[in-house]
Write a protein that binds this ligand. Structure first.
Ligand code: PMP
Length: 295
């Protein structure tokens, strides 16, 4: 477990790092967060993660009390304090401590937490042989209600779908949108391969724009794999040759069965394998662009 947590500007012993029960992050899930990964001592796509964090915060009118450069420095301090070079980093910004009642005006200043720790989302075997998933009946929050582009502390929509996966004895569930098109899984984006072409639901389907999703799209193009961001139905999933999920925590995890239909021949396919290899190379070789402290 992480030894030191970054909490409002200070590194605190993890046993003592606590959030006030009147924090609106606790009372109402009012806040935003990011999940990042550090490979070989460098945070992968740090700028993209900070950009999404600041966009999420702006959308919910949450002023982040640090610059991007200061947060980048704080992340570094946290991984250093825990002697980590390969870790998962959770950066959380809540509305802060306030009175009961949902008004954000009750809260004096946002609470900022950074946790760096080791993470293992799935077993080696799952990465080697793939996993089974189902389609959930819980649909993804409509962008008309709350944009799924906001990485907010409200994950109940996804958690309800996760319950369906648990009840079905599988690890993940595909969530559809209000029109019945495929969106994403409960904490990962989804891709399929058909006849050598890579398909993934488009931005407008109502997804979180995953940073791993973006990386895979780039890698596909670089490796001469045609990539199409189009609406997909469950039929498209069932009849795909290959399927995989992407996320910062999960990285690229193969899916070999959906709603009890074997995907392709039921084994992890060649496009998934080559993209996974390319991804592992990319995360270790990606060049770092230092953030100016004043950004
Ligand atoms: N969709 C949802 C709902 C998520 O929570 C996440 C992050 N775990 C993703 C997709 C993947 O995004 P990223 O690749 O940026 O981690």
């Amino acid at each position: 477990m992480a030894k030191r947590i970054w909490l409002d500007g200070k590194l605190v012993d993890s046993q003592l790092a606590s959030v006030n029960v009147f924090d609106h992050g606790v009372l109402y899930g009012d806040g935003v967060f990011e999940g990042l990964r550090q490979y070989a001592g460098r945070v992968f796509k740090l700028e993209e993660h900070l950009r999404r964090l600041f966009d999420s915060a702006k959308s919910i009118r949450l002023p982040i009390p640090y610059t991007r450069g200061e947060l980048a420095h704080a992340i570094q301090q946290t991984t250093d304090a825990n002697n980590l070079t390969d870790s998962y980093i959770r950066l959380i910004i809540t509305r802060g401590v306030g009175a009961l009642g949902i008004s954000p005006l009750n809260c004096a200043k946002p609470t900022v937490v950074i946790i760096a720790d080791l993470i293992k989302m799935y077993s080696e075997e799952t990465y080697r042989t793939g996993m089974a998933i189902i389609t959930a009946s819980t649909i993804r929050t409509s962008p008309a209600a709350l944009s799924p582009k906001i990485k907010s502390l409200n994950y109940l929509n996804n958690i309800m779908a996760k319950w369906e996966a648990i009840d079905a004895g599988v690890s993940e569930a595909v969530m559809l949108n209000q029109l019945g098109y495929v969106c994403e899984c409960t904490a990962d984006n989804i891709f399929i391969v058909r006849d050598g072409v890579l398909f993934t639901p488009p931005e407008e389907s109502g997804i979180l724009l995953g940073i791993t999703r973006g990386t895979v799209i780039e890698l596909g193009s670089k490796n001469d794999i045609q990539v199409r961001q189009v609406n997909l139905t469950r039929h498209d999933l069932y009849t795909a040759d290959e399927c995989f999920l992407t996320g910062t925590g999960a990285e690229i995890v193969p899916v070999t069965s959906i709603d009890r239909r074997a995907i392709g021949n039921g084994y992890v396919g060649p496009v998934t394998q080559s993209l996974t290899e390319a991804f592992h190379q990319e995360v270790r070789s990606a060049s770092v662009s230092p953030l100016p402290a004043a950004v």
